[in-house]
Design a protein around this ligand. Structure first.
Ligand SMILES: Nc1nc2c(ncn2[C@@H]2O[C@H](COP(=O)(O)OP(=O)(O)OP(=O)(O)O)[C@@H](O)[C@H]2O)c(=O)[nH]1
Ligand SMILES: [Mg+2]
Length: 364
């Protein structure tokens, strides 16, 4: 009777209790499941898992990349170093636009379209406002319902709480992981506010601005600068009652882009309409992207932009590291309050204060 176990709610000395529970069945995990379960994966496990396209390990590798723990950062760099030879083979597409333009709905439609063409699609989101709105990630998950069930699609919401610079740095590394995992198309959604679209532009090959049908004679508060970094303007919601307005908006922007600087040399910004909701105009956008890729690859612009982006990445990381290093230096921390006082009491100029600080940090 040893295998007859009293349920936990039975009093221990109650011999009259008639219920017994069965011992649980221990499931043997296969080797790869065991590896994933193990708390600390080794560098080679991360690398092999990503190359084997193991979704659970891809996710874990991205989580590792997103960690700010110095130990994790070191492992991440070694993992990325091994993955680097397998990267670079995707088309990286940025999608921005005002809130509610239909970016997520478009990604759902476009992602499914691409999966049906046999492509493998990764969707990443940079949402600097997610800490404020809190709910957008949840919203996106329900909006990308079909795509999230596609075997060839991988959807990763942005880490919340990060500064834009931090998120962007992680997104660049996440792109590399996705490429090593064999994703052919990487879609990066960002909400069109503030600085985020410039950051996304600096990490993608093709940049798309999604617009709403307007009255056709105004530029919807979209900054000229944002239009100037887009390779394609897409007026979404060209359906039902919005159709005519969408065409008017398209006409207004088609005229406007000719007056603006082009985002990519040798490429005239395309302006088109679509209905993400009704799956209309989606194939046309893919054709535009294909044409863009062919043109820029044959002119060399595609390659030179990627090289520039790598160097820009290094520069921005260097700036960030220098700043962090400088302001966390105890000598600097203790000196700053005194220098502030001296400046306010007109004893020294801000320029002198800067010289003193740089000197203390050993930078001059
Ligand atoms: N009529 C129509 N409605 C659309 C279309 N695309 C999206 N919508 C609707 O517009 C609303 C916003 O769509 P989202 O895809 O969440 O827009 P978004 O640009 O991702 O929004 P944020 O992530 O909040 O910036 C939803 O209610 C969609 O159903 C479309 O092509 N036609
Ligand atoms: Mg969205």
């Amino acid at each position: 009777m040893n295998d007859r176990i009293m349920p936990e709610w039975a009093e221990p000395d109650n011999k009259e209790f008639t219920s017994f529970v069965m011992k649980g069945v221990k499931l043997e995990k296969n080797e790869s499941q065991k590896k994933v379960q193990r708390k600390n994966l080794e560098i080679k496990d991360y690398v092999q898992g990503v190359l084997d396209r193991n979704v659970m390990i891809i996710s874990k590798t991205i989580t590792l990349v997103e960690s700010n723990n110095p130990q994790h950062i070191e492992i991440t760099q070694q993992v990325l170093k091994d993955l680097l030879p397998h990267t670079g083979n995707s088309i990286r597409i940025g999608i921005t636009g005002p809130p509610g333009a239909g970016k997520s709905t478009f990604i759902e439609a476009f992602g499914n379209f691409l999966c049906n063409l046999g492509k493998r699609v990764a969707v990443l989101a940079i949402d600097p406002s997610s800490t404020i709105t809190g709910g957008s990630i949840l919203g996106d998950k329900t909006r990308m319902e079909i795509l999230s069930r596609q075997e060839n699609a991988f959807i990763r919401p942005s880490p919340s709480g990060g500064t834009l610079g931090g998120v962007a740095k992680k997104t660049r590394e996440t792109i590399l992981i996705c490429e090593a995992a064999g994703y052919d198309v990487i879609l990066i959604e960002t909400i069109g506010v503030g600085q985020s679209e410039i950051t996304v532009r600096s990490m993608v090959d093709f940049f798309m601005l999604m617009l709403l049908p307007g009255s056709g004679d105004e530029l919807q508060g979209i900054k000229k600068g944002v239009v100037e970094i887009a390779d394609c303007l897409v007026v979404n919601k060209a359906d039902g009652n919005y159709k005519d307005r969408a065409n008017m908006t398209k006409a207004a922007y088609s005229y406007a882009v000719h007056l603006l600087t082009q985002a990519t040399s040798g490429w005239i910004t395309e302006v088109t309409t679509c209905s993400a909701l009704n799956n209309e105009g989606i194939d046309n956008i893919w054709q535009i992207i294909n044409k863009f890729e062919q043109n820029t690859k044959s002119s060399g612009v595609f390659d030179s932009r990627r090289k520039e982006q790598l160097l820009d990445w290094m520069h921005s990381m260097l700036e960030e590291a220098l700043k962090t290093n400088f302001f966390s230096n105890p000598k600097i921390k203790s000196e700053i309050p005194n220098l502030k006082n001296d400046i306010l009491e007109a004893k020294i100029t801000p320029t002198t204060a800067v010289q003193i600080l740089l000197n203390k940090a050993g930078l001059i």
